[in-house]
Design a protein around this ligand. Structure first.
Ligand code: URA
Length: 452
């Protein structure tokens, strides 16, 4: 009698040569490791149109349930990276550093960090994503600025970064095309929360853009794409080791995502909050996270002796408005309406509005980030199907944060949407998101750890 592991090995050897999409899905579904050639066949077949969206969705779900080992994750990343061009930025005589977040609610730091770090003489080539699952995306936020273009060819990408030291785009048909297609499918098929899929998605973009160093903001908490703390730490380590395998410097900052970051959730609302902060408003958690991540980038770019010194430089660039001036330069060169930005305090909001009020006196002990994320999708900030259009003026403004004292009927947050029905759904989604207690909760730590 053959024992189970021999049966497994013989079964795998028997199946290893199969190059039929259905058989590859079946292999992963039955928890066999895939070869480099099988992953290549599947990803390339998908990009060429030989493998359909429904087959890719089934494959992603099989990976979600059964995972991938280190080798498979490396092959997947490499194949996704090489599905497009890899940009060489060596013509820039300056350090090149980028940052990427694993995804959070109200997480808008990229919009401040990119211009801020560029204003320090470090080039920031940033390829970002759209909303993913219950988390928002930099591209949707940027596109809430009328005219802002996130689709550039490689020559234009190089021209823009040469002129301004920074460029913010999305995956294109030329740059990380596999991630472009797979990312939008994962968004609507509940296949986001998976270490190999997150690693290959993030790293295929970050390795294509030509940066020498990458700072990774790995979120931990109910609003993160991996709510489990151990899994988030594993993801941070995997991202760093993948970056190093490809010869890049990397730092991972582990940060709390139990409550939404900052005050605003929603595409334009988040841009507005960033503009406010770049013009001197103090939003404590957003300010802290922006400074630490920028500090780590300034350090990786060799312009500071450590993250602490980098943080001080970052704080200065916010105060002297260098970050804001660079932000306006980006908007202008990427075809965005600068007048719309300068007019930001003219409060652009969805037509319909509702408030969530405190049900009793006490202290706010919980504002569940995940619920706020899903509520924002209900309001129209994200997608439920690939082809959905987002509502740029929909969103949520938080008047209170965890730890704040409230009186019964105080406004906790305001919800906006262009549709009355969506407003109602968003409101209903928030019913259990806020908890109030008579005792003040201990202060939460925002920066949980830094790994390199
Ligand atoms: N950001 C990405 O680019 N991809 C993911 O899978 C998660 C966050």
């Amino acid at each position: 009698m053959l024992n189970t592991s021999w049966t497994f090995i013989i079964g795998w050897i028997f199946l290893i040569c199969r190059m039929n999409p259905v058989e590859i899905i079946k292999l992963k579904r039955n928890n066999y490791p895939l070869t480099e050639n099988q992953i290549k066949f599947f990803i390339e077949g998908y990009l060429q149109g030989d493998i359909t969206d429904y087959q890719m969705s089934a494959f992603l779900m099989a990976v979600y349930f059964n995972g991938m080992n280190d080798e498979e994750t490396f092959y997947l990343t490499d194949i996704m990276l090489n599905s497009g061009e890899i940009i060489d930025l060596n013509f820039l005589d300056m350090p090149k550093v980028d940052k990427h977040s694993t995804g959070g609610v109200g997480d808008k730091t990229s919009l401040i960090i990119a211009p801020l770090v560029a204003s320090c003489g470090i080039a920031v080539p940033m390829i970002s994503g759209r909303g993913l699952g219950h988390t928002g995306g930099t591209l949707d936020k940027l596109e809430s600025i009328p005219g802002f273009n996130v689709n550039y060819s490689v020559p234009d990408f190089k021209r823009i970064i040469k002129e301004t030291g920074v460029v913010l785009i999305g995956q294109t048909g030329e740059l990380a095309p596999a991630d472009k297609r797979i990312y939008s499918l994962r968004d609507v098929t509940a296949t986001v929360e998976c270490i190999p899929l997150i690693t290959s998605s993030i790293m295929s973009k970050k390795l294509a853009e030509g940066a020498d160093g990458i700072v990774l903001d790995v979120k931990i908490g109910n609003g993160a794409n991996l709510p489990d703390k151990e899994k988030s730490v594993e993801l941070a380590k995997k991202l760093i080791s993948t970056a190093k395998k490809f010869g890049k410097k990397a730092i991972a900052v582990l940060t709390d995502m139990e409550e939404p970051l900052g005050r605003n959730i929603g595409n334009w609302l988040e841009v507005e909050e960033c503009i406010e902060m770049m013009n001197g408003s103090m939003i404590p958690d957003l300010y802290k996270l922006t400074n630490v991540l920028s500090g780590a980038m300034i350090f990786l770019g060799g312009k500071a002796s450590g993250i602490d010194e980098g943080e001080k430089i970052a704080g200065q660039k916010l105060i002297d408005k260098s970050a804001y001036k660079k932000f306006l330069e980006i908007v202008k060169i990427q075809n965005g309406d600068v007048k719309y930005i300068k007019d930001w305090s003219n409060l652009k909001r969805g037509k319909f509005k509702r408030q969530v009020l405190a049900s009793e006196d006490g202290f706010i002990t919980e504002m569940t980030a995940m619920d706020f994320g899903y509520a924002s999708i209900e309001l129209g900030c994200g997608r439920k199907r690939v082809e959905d259009k987002v509502d740029y003026l929909a969103g949520i403004i938080l008047h209170k944060k965890c730890g704040n004292e409230v009186r019964e009927n105080d406004i906790i947050c305001e919800l906006y949407s262009g549709s009355e029905t969506k407003l109602e759904s968003g409101f209903n989604r928030l019913k259990d998101a806020v908890r109030i207690s008579k005792t003040k909760p201990p202060e939460r730590k925002l920066i949980l750890d830094i790994l390199d």
